[in-house]
Design a protein around this ligand. Structure first.
Ligand SMILES: [Zn+2]
Length: 371
């Protein structure tokens, strides 16, 4: 055992709250800031574990709600847990399923104990609350488990946001007392919508309960960028500096950079993989549609100067052709490139922090936006 939960800050940026850190988990060390590709159904769509490792993926995310519905946690457990089931030996973070219950499931009845709902796949009646969510994550054997919370929508009036915070806190306290998998870390989640005082109160109370790390939830739910960034600042400002901080569901690079400058360490988002399936490539400077007609005879790689496998070997013209005729390889190559770009982005951020040049790196991004 390598002291799971140990979090070391290697360097702190003098010009912002950004920090370069290292989080130890049972399945290995995570260098932060880091980006976590999303493996919703026990797979980062279109990528094999070997491909993910080759581009420097340190940790992936698994969705408890989806895995509980299909194939069912019993089956994953029979196969030895989520790591052996998906053939991934590095760290895994699982969400609690709360977000999906509130966004996907039908006919919800919310009580103090949790949420009764109908599966969005086959209509089965199911129940998920803090006790159930932690038990499922224990059985999956993830390295980092998330508490069961209520993610309020946007816009959301103050009364509703307040009630969501109350439930989130009561559930967080229950989650903190549940049995865990060997070496499993548990992160609390700050909610509170766009209300500064609610976010601060929520963060303060979570810190009193005490978690291995803290996440900022309920952001990137359709609100304007200034509200999103304020929500991050309001939440992070109260969190203890010696614990990792995870911003849930934000994957636009200029927004991640601002979050890093405000002290966030970990990110997850479906942007690089989902956009690849829509034929969009990310580059150092932004993004563009490889599928567009203007690239039909373009012999250059998806991104000039990129050393990923897709760019080392194939042209835009070829990848565009594959995408247009729905060849699986087209999606695979573009997903590989996009994830490589995001991994390189975080590597660049870590290097800049190590070298004391994060301010200059951030400056270079002020003119660019992932919109
Ligand atoms: Zn590439």
């Amino acid at each position: 055992m390598n002291d799971p939960g140990g979090f070391e800050i290697l360097t702190a940026d003098p010009g912002s709250r950004a920090r370069r850190g290292r989080l130890r988990t049972r399945h290995g060390t995570i260098e932060t800031p880091c980006f976590m590709p999303v493996g919703t159904q026990g797979s980062v769509k279109a990528m094999s574990p070997a491909e993910l490792e080759a581009i420097g993926t340190q940790v992936v995310l698994g969705n408890t709600y989806h895995l509980a519905i299909r194939p069912g946690i019993e089956i994953v457990e029979t196969c030895g847990g989520l790591h052996p089931f998906m053939g991934w030996t590095r760290p895994i973070l699982t969400d609690s399923g709360g977000y999906q219950v509130f966004s996907l499931a039908r006919l919800r009845t919310i009580t103090a104990r949790g949420v009764a709902f109908q599966s969005h796949i086959d209509g089965r009646r199911l129940f998920l609350g803090p006790v159930e969510a932690m038990a499922l994550q224990r059985r999956l054997g993830s390295d980092i488990a998330m508490v069961f919370d209520e993610c309020a929508p946007w816009p959301c009036d103050r009364d509703y946001a307040c009630q969501a915070v109350d439930k989130t806190l009561a559930w967080a306290a229950i989650c903190s007392e549940q049995e865990r998998a060997d070496g499993q870390l548990v992160f609390g989640i700050v909610q509170g919508g766009e209300y500064t005082d609610l976010r601060r109160q929520c963060a303060e109370r979570l810190v009193e309960i005490g978690f291995d790390g803290y996440a900022v939830g309920g952001v990137s739910v359709g609100e304007p960028e200034d509200v999103l960034l304020r929500g991050i600042r309001d939440s992070v400002g109260v969190l203890p500096p010696d614990r990792p901080r995870y911003l849930m569901g934000v994957g636009k690079r200029h927004q991640m950079l601002e979050a890093i400058a405000n002290g966030v360490d970990m990110f997850d988002c479906v942007i690089p993989t989902r956009y690849a399936r829509n034929g969009t490539a990310f580059t150092r400077r932004g993004r563009y549609p490889v599928k567009a007609g203007e690239y039909k005879d373009d012999k250059r790689p998806v991104e000039e100067g990129c050393d990923c496998y897709a760019c080392s070997r194939f042209s835009r013209a070829y990848i565009r052709h594959l995408l247009n005729v729905n060849e699986i390889l087209g999606i695979r190559l573009l997903t590989l490139h996009n994830l490589h770009r995001f991994m390189s982005f975080m590597q660049d951020v870590r290097q800049a922090l190590d070298a004391g040049s994060f301010g200059a790196y951030r400056e270079r991004w002020t003119e660019r936006k992932d919109e």
